[in-house]
Design a protein. Structure first.
Length: 378
């Protein structure tokens, strides 16, 4: 009886708008100690678990409750929400293709002439003196830089709203445009349908030689008992997981994007579950010319299996602030792992969360692949 009473009490506290945020108050004495901070984070996670209890029970009964079907061949029916199918033979590498040998037709036998050809020596000399036109070099492939950033602030009660995601994605998009030359699109307060349709559009239009960066900032959740991770869009519900976006679908959406250079950055609770397939670690930085021939699918998350902090600096989450400062300082071609190392150092200096970096093998990542941040000349 006592545990049931406490559960009901906790649930009633969460439903109160002023308490649902579960953010720690401003710390008069500065950043709290490790034990205090971990206790606050655990309290917030327990509150979220109670908040999403009905949706989580639905997922335990039906693990596919949030999954989206793949689009049928051809154009999907109007109003149908589905995942674009991956290319049946996605590009694994961009190795230079050997030249196709030219087919030469056999020369016909010379026809006997009644008259000998005139001045054969002079003709041969003229042919040798005539310069041959040099072959026209093939134009290098166009490498577009495309970015889509989702920032979700305005959740429906009782899911608490967030303060920084929209400011985070707007600032990061500005850095990507000015410093790296990305065509960056910001989607504010995205629903599940908007997320799926936007990523489907990227999959339909991205080319092999493009560099694609995706960014999500908003609520997320990881079911520890089943290891199932989710993004929670603004139309997500605490009663059903139908409008949540599963990690399984995120992986399928990444697989459908043909670009060899592809990275997903996720700033949400428990986003580290996306990086578990393979950790990226190397002693020597890979050669850019070799990397660009490989299929690279990376995930850069703001935390591991812990809830991430909503607190930060200058109106941004601590992860976004660290990423902004790091990207703005990139001066040459820089592997994603090096960006991660710098961000990791900045974040862990301030908070206990651990940013993660890993490859998504299920989306087509190949050995030796890496994402390259290449600033444009200033």
């Amino acid at each position: 009886m006592k545990s049931s009473y406490l559960l009901l009490l906790a649930a009633s506290l969460i439903s109160h708008p002023a308490l649902a945020q579960m953010r720690p108050p401003a710390f008069a004495g500065g950043i709290p100690g490790m034990a205090q901070f971990q206790a606050i984070q655990m309290q917030r996670h327990q509150a979220r678990t109670l908040l999403y209890q009905e949706a989580l029970e639905e997922l335990r009964r039906n693990p596919a409750a949030a999954d989206v079907p793949e689009c049928p061949p051809g154009s999907p029916a109007q109003g149908m929400l589905c995942l674009k199918r991956p290319d049946p033979s996605p590009p694994v590498s961009a190795a230079v293709k050997p030249p196709v040998p030219e087919l030469v037709s056999p020369k016909p036998a010379p026809i006997a002439s009644a008259k000998p050809s005139a001045q054969p020596a002079l003709i041969a000399i003229a042919e040798e003196a005539t310069p041959k036109a040099a072959p026209t070099p093939a134009a290098p492939p166009e490498r577009r830089r495309l970015a889509v950033l989702f920032g979700n602030n305005d959740y429906k009660a009782p899911i608490p709203g967030l303060e920084t995601p929209i400011a985070d994605v707007e600032k990061i998009a500005a850095v990507l445009r000015s410093h790296f030359g990305y065509d960056a699109k910001v989607v504010k307060n995205a629903s599940k349908a908007q997320i799926i349709e936007t990523l489907n559009d990227i999959a339909a239009n991205a080319k092999e030689d493009d560099s694609v960066l995706l960014f999500y900032a908003g609520h997320g959740y990881l079911m520890e008992d089943t290891n199932m991770g989710f993004w929670i869009p603004i139309d997500g519900s605490v009663k059903t997981a139908g409008n949540w976006v599963s990690n399984k679908d995120i992986s399928k959406l990444l697989a459908a994007i043909r670009a060899r250079q592809l990275i997903l950055v996720s700033d949400s609770c428990f986003s580290g579950s996306l990086t578990r397939e393979q950790k990226v670690d190397y002693k020597e930085a890979p050669k850019p010319e070799e990397v660009l021939r490989k299929r690279s699918v990376l995930v850069f998350s703001s935390g591991g299996d812990e809830p991430v902090s909503d607190e930060g600096k200058e109106g941004h989450s601590i992860f976004a602030w660290s990423l902004i400062k790091t990207l703005d300082a990139v001066s040459g071609t820089t592997p994603g792992q090096e960006v991660w190392r710098t961000v990791h150092g900045r974040v862990t200096k301030e908070f206990t969360q651990e940013p993660q970096y890993g490859a998504v093998l299920s989306a087509g990542h190949t050995e030796g692949g890496e994402y390259l941040f290449q600033p444009q000349p200033r």
